[in-house]
Design a protein around this ligand. Structure first.
Ligand SMILES: [Zn+2]
Length: 101
């Protein structure tokens, strides 16, 4: 039984994470709310790393379209109007609180 992913190559770990995030989000982009396809999915840090977001915390990661990721760029989630719809629905309810705005 394989208990850890340590032995997997980076690409495999990345794809496993992407699948986990996609399933958690119901294959929906958290910025625009539209459906995601596997090939058009980027993993976004909801709170950018330079603003104190956790680089490796899965609760700070969400799947987005490539174009949505570019639009959000490194902005604080509070600065992205479309993301505001997502408040209160965030995974683990920690990162995206209106109190942080
Ligand atoms: Zn999108």
């Amino acid at each position: 039984m394989v208990s850890r992913s340590e032995g997997l190559a980076w690409q495999e770990r990345h794809e496993a994470l992407k699948l986990k995030l996609l399933e958690r989000a119901g294959y929906t982009c958290y910025i625009c709310g539209l459906a995601l396809s596997w090939d058009d999915t980027h993993i976004d840090h909801v709170l950018p790393k330079y603003l104190g977001g956790h680089k490796y915390s899965h609760s700070n990661m969400a799947p987005v379209h490539g174009r949505c990721n570019l639009r959000k760029s490194k902005k604080h989630p509070c600065e992205v109007e479309a993301v505001l719809m997502w408040f209160g629905k965030s995974v683990e309810g920690v990162i995206l609180s209106r109190d942080d705005c």
